[in-house]
Each structure stands twice: as structure tokens, then as C-alpha cells.
Design a protein around this ligand. Structure first.
Ligand code: FE
Length: 205
């Protein structure tokens, strides 16, 4: 099977998806606006930052909050994550084949793309820079507990650590454990507790 890796940084797909017409037009427009001095690249960076931190991961947070709140939804998420996520309106490129991996008291999940930067865009938005970095991509597999420690997560030895390598076939969403003391919270309040790194597995809630 071809491994369709996509690196948003070079805007270059390896495999089945050539850049879409829209992507090419956006890129051309961006270059033109910067060249003419009409757009400050720093402003564009701020927009990217907005989607990386604010907009994108909130979709995934809603999926997690629904899974915490609704056992039937959670079951559907495990059965067919792509379909269950699409129920909430999140679908599209880089999210065609989703798998939900759920943390539990004895299990922690961590997601990486060892070859490049495959990432579930519809639920997490744009990948953070560190996710695309060579050290993360290699060390998440070689020394995942060390990587977690650098993120401030001291994972006890008796917790099994499962590392998932993203591919064209599969993109992963980590369902963190629901924090204690959140029984009375509605879905919106629960979603507010869910962080991007929690859904990659580099944080615990
Ligand atoms: Fe990749």
C-alpha cells in the first residue's frame, strides 16, 4: 500500500493526492499578497497559529466530550471513528480513515508520524511544529517515555504505553481519560477541558 504522507510545510503530497486547485490558488494568492506588501507574513503566521491552537483542536475536543457523555456514541467511535466523527460534521482530507484510541487507567496512547507529519486535520487542525520535527518523529518510537517526560508527563512504569504511527490508511485520535470530578459537566464544559496535546497523547488531562 502506498503511504500517502503529506507535509503541510512544503505543501507537497507523496501519493494519491496532488495539491487541490484550491490549495494552489491559496498559495498563489498568499505569495502575491506578501510580494505586493498587502499582507504581513507575521499576520499570516498568526492566522495559522489560530487554526493550530484554537479552531482545529476544538473539533476533536467536541468528539472527546461526546464520547465521555454518550456511551452509544463512544461505542460508535470505537466501531468506526471516521463515521462517528462525521456525525459531528468533521470530515475531509487527512481525516478519511480515523481510528480512536482510548486511554484507560492502565493504558496511555501516543501518536506520531515517523515518516513525515500525517495528522488528523478535521479534528485537530494543523500539526504543531514539534510534531513535524525529526527528533519527535524518531524518539517517539525509540524512547516514548523520555519524550513524554520532556512534555512534563511522568508516566508510571506500570502503565502500558502504546505508540501509533500515522499513515495514509489511518490517522489516530487519542481519547483521554475523563478527569475525575467532572460528573456534573455538560458537553461544552467537558470539551473545554480537552487539550490538543491530550488528543495527540503528549499530555494527560
Ligand atoms: Fe506522514
Amino acid at each position: 500500500m502506498a503511504h500517502d504522507h503529506h507535509d503541510p510545510e512544503d505543501g507537497h503530497d507523496h501519493g494519491q493526492h496532488p495539491p487541490s486547485d484550491m490549495e494552489l490558488r491559496v498559495k498563489a494568492l498568499e505569495s502575491l499578497l506578501v510580494e505586493k506588501g498587502l499582507v504581513d507574513p507575521a499576520a499570516l503566521d498568526a492566522i495559522v497559529d489560530h487554526f493550530e491552537h484554537r479552531v482545529g483542536p476544538r473539533n476533536g475536543a467536541r468528539v472527546v466530550a461526546r464520547a465521555w457523555s454518550d456511551p452509544a456514541y463512544r461505542a460508535r467511535l470505537h466501531e468506526d471513528a471516521t463515521a462517528a466523527i462525521a456525525e459531528l460534521g468533521y470530515a475531509g482530507r487527512q481525516g478519511e480513515h480515523m481510528v480512536a484510541v482510548e486511554n484507560a487507567p492502565g493504558v496511555h496512547n501516543l501518536v506520531v508520524c515517523t515518516l513525515c507529519s500525517c495528522y488528523p486535520w478535521p479534528v485537530l487542525g494543523l500539526p504543531p511544529v514539534w510534531y513535524k520535527s525529526a527528533p519527535y518523529r524518531s524518539r517517539a518510537v525509540i524512547d516514548p517515555r523520555g519524550v513524554l517526560a520532556e512534555f512534563g508527563v511522568a508516566l508510571p512504569d506500570d502503565i502500558e504505553l502504546r505508540v501509533w504511527d500515522s499513515t495514509a490508511e489511518v490517522r489516530y485520535l487519542v481519547i483521554p481519560e475523563r478527569p475525575a470530578g467532572t460528573d456534573g459537566l455538560d458537553e461544552a464544559a467537558l470539551a473545554a477541558l480537552v487539550t490538543r496535546d491530550g488528543m495527540i497523547g503528549t499530555a494527560r488531562l
